[in-house]
Design a protein around this ligand. Structure first.
Ligand SMILES: *Cc1c(COP(=O)(O)O)cnc(C)c1O
Length: 389
């Protein structure tokens, strides 16, 4: 990163519990180790910033480990589920159906019926057909309409796949009523890994205008679901969770005015920093004697948990026992026989020149979007193992 005067120093929050555990164990396959106490710390920090006016609905897809769900249930977290499987998971760990929203805008009709019969009453939609499915399978349910976010400054934008524009959103509120549903508000997602709270601002003005237009049209909106986007530390400075969340709430209130009920759906910001992946170097090589670049192949790659290296969007932090040795650039790749399984090439990583096969590599702050992205057994490599301490 480019250091600017007054900017917060990019410092990783220490994780002594994880470090002690990892140092005391040997691993024969790539393993994600999660410190569930750290998830609790993060929940409390986000909650402190969001304040009493907002409920946290943890986005289960970030990491569905049972121990995480159990701990969050105990802390009073609510949940955003995307499928029947995620709903079954959170209910089986003690979440109340009234604390679970079904937030995927692309739902299977039978999953909607399942959720409704299980007692879930809050659903999202961004299209006519989705409202029709909900009306048929969850008659009278509460719905919120997802708005499209056109510009995102996030490192992992979700933008155009989800949501609808102003005209469609206003029409869908009317249509939901015609179908006998109870349209109560809007949702949006600024994009995952939105590093600074100020990056929310350009989006909020346009969305607030839709909120006000809906109220002017006679819709008694009570719910604003602000989605996720809360960042994790991947080497570039980010604000601490409490001040970040508090600033987002200030920006929301400035744009929207009073909102009766706010939902926030942190995923990455809740669990990423609670996890470290223990991996191993399988090979260090050069393609020719004149090759400037070393290739470093790890036992984990794009298909076994590091999917977010796609486009080199998320740049993880690697740590080895040789980090005090001189370093040099290298291309990093995974172990599978697929040429797309390259992690960092356009912007090479700098790793110790002494690194060799068999060396342990820690991949920091990888508690989010790793175990869930790991393929079942591509090329015979086992899925990412998860240990919760
Ligand atoms: C994935 C997802 C989230 C979580 O986003 P993060 O950026 O990880 O916090 C929240 N809400 C919805 C609807 C999602 O799909």
């Amino acid at each position: 990163m480019i250091a600017t005067v007054g900017a917060p120093a990019p410092v990783r929050v220490p994780t002594p519990r994880l470090d002690d555990y990892v140092a005391s164990q040997t691993f024969d396959k790539p393993t994600l180790v999660i410190d569930v106490d750290r998830v609790e710390t993060q929940f409390n920090a986000l909650k402190a910033g969001l304040g009493e006016a907002a409920d946290i609905h943890y986005a289960v897809k970030a990491n569905p480990a049972r121990e995480i769900i159990q701990r969050l249930v105990k802390l009073g977290s609510h949940f955003d589920a995307a499928s029947r499987g995620e709903i079954e998971l959170v209910l089986s760990q003690g979440a109340k159906p009234s604390d679970v929203s079904f937030g995927n805008t692309i739902k299977r009709a039978s999953d909607i019926a399942f959720a409704w019969n299980a007692g879930i009453t809050l659903f999202s939609a961004d299209a006519d057909e989705e409202l029709e499915k909900i009306a048929e399978n969850a008659p009278g349910a509460q719905v919120y309409i997802r708005l499209i976010v056109e510009v995102s400054e996030a490192d992992w934008p979700l933008s155009r796949k989800f949501g609808c524009d102003k005209g469609t959103a206003l029409r869908l509120l009317d249509y939901a009523k015609d179908l006998g549903l109870d349209p109560i508000g809007f949702s949006f997602h600024v994009g995952s890994q939105t590093r600074r709270a100020e990056m929310w601002q350009p989006t909020l003005g346009a969305l607030a205008e839709i909120w006000h237009a809906a109220r002017d049209a006679g819709h008694d909106l009570t719910l604003l679901n602000i989605g996720g986007g809360f960042p994790a530390f991947y080497g570039e400075a980010i604000e601490a969770p409490t001040s970040y969340a508090a600033r987002v709430m200030e920006l929301i209130h400035a744009a929207f005015g009073e909102v009766p009920r706010i939902m926030a759906e942190p995923g990455r910001g809740m669990v990423a920093e609670a996890g470290v992946i223990v991996s191993e170097v399988l090979l260090v090589s050069r393609k020719s004697d004149r090759d400037m670049h070393r290739w470093v192949y790890l036992d984990i790659g794009r298909f076994s948990g590091l999917a977010e290296t796609e486009g080199e969007a998320i740049r993880y932090q690697f740590e080895t026992a040789k980090d005090d040795d001189p370093t040099g650039p290298c291309i990093m790749a995974g172990p599978s026989c697929d040429s797309a399984d390259v992690l960092y090439e356009k912007r090479p990583m700098h790793l110790p020149l002494t690194l060799k096969s068999g060396d342990r590599v820690l991949i920091r702050n990888t508690g989010a979007y790793t175990s869930t992205y790991s393929s079942v057994c591509f090329n015979g490599f086992p899925p990412l193992d998860v240990v919760v301490i």
